[in-house]
Design a protein. Sequence first.
Length: 188
Amino acid sequence: MSKPHAHVVGFDDAPFDRRHRGDVLVVGAVFSGTRLDGVLSTKVRRDGVNATSRLVACLADSRYRGHLQAILLQGIAFAGFNVVDIHALHRDTGLPVLVVARRRPDLPAIRRALLERVPGGARKWRLIEAAGPMEAVAGVHVQRCGITPDAARRLIERLQSNGLLPEPLRVAHMIAGGVTTGESRHRA
């Protein structure tokens, strides 16, 4: 990650109706520094188990793959509770992974929801625990794999051009919302 304008991809899922039970769009915004260079997309199952494999496949098939230096995720789960195994994502791509959240999540509430209402919730909770604690870094909270705390801070600060959320995640959120609902809304 020593290249100042190395490519980074940020993934976020599209909004979906609470009653939706199919696949949900996930958008990846590829950035070189603070410049948008490309957009990736895949779909993951609502409350499913395929988020990690779909992200790995999306990246493996991408023309940006050889240039990417890191992966950012807007939260550890997409499409409800389709939890990403950040250690497997790091292992299978060879790239550092950062889960980014504006606020520290309410882990007891997430644990309750997983164990009481989600099929395979115990396995998904173990993936969240294995990702490690949320750490305050550059005004946001992160879980990390394959990257030191100092390198994570430098990367996030380099990508914070329009607020605290790194630009690849902010833009992925806007694209996913705009494509799905006709216009982007709400802050990422």
